[in-house]
Design a protein around this ligand. Sequence first.
Ligand code: ZN
Length: 280
Amino acid sequence: MPKFEQIIYDAAEPGIVRVVLNRAEARNAQDTRMLYELNDALDLAAQDDDVKVIVIAANGPHFSAGHDLREKDPVGTQQSFKTVTTWGGFEREGAEGQFAREQEIYLGFCERWRNIPKPTMVEVQGKVIAGGVMLVWPFDIVVASEDATFQDNTVAMGICGAEFFNHPYELGVRKAKEMLFTSDEVTAQDAYRLGAVNHVVPREQLTEFTMELARKITQKNLFSLKLTKMAVNSAEDNAGRASTNQTAFALHHLLHTHFKLTSGMGVDPEFMRNFGKKTS
Ligand code: ZN
């Protein structure tokens, strides 16, 4: 078992593993270590044949504030983990290195997690911001507490959506456009109404409700569950989901590069000025 610092790997009950983001003091902002630890934990649970359902959860009032924009040495941290894609070139300058890194730890990880053969569930509370949705969309069943909100404010940063761009498939194209154009939060109830969330429950019932659903799934045959998931996932993939993600990812990097060329920063410098003011 690897030593985890930013997540908890909890073999909660027979057949169920809970992988819990444990960086509440930073609103579970995702730095490189957290993402690699999450990926390692999901691999571990996926490869354990006694596990039928994997539940992703987060400690603290908020599920995730997105990518950690204050991380000190992201590339150095990445070098201490075994990479999972064959892209390479993570240390290269300019668009080459940034594209490689985001291909690995954002789009690459999310596609891997989405394609874990066994059922995955996620319980969500409080704020889910920008990169936060990348820890929700890849998983099969979403249970949200009444206070949960989903926001992708990357357009306010000058970018055209988070690196894992499942939004149109989760919310439908109209709400996806509104969410992105305005940077407004989508409430748990709206997400439920649109089919992006399976259930909305009071905060204090979130974990027990999710576990009860997970227990029901553990009663089923694992091979049947895996093939069922493959069948449903193929419906989305046949509707162009994976290629939509690749297109959106390329456009996302065009904007990173545009702002690098015009201002030396990978996002709109206006946003970063306000970000510094708001949070310092
Ligand atoms: Zn990016």
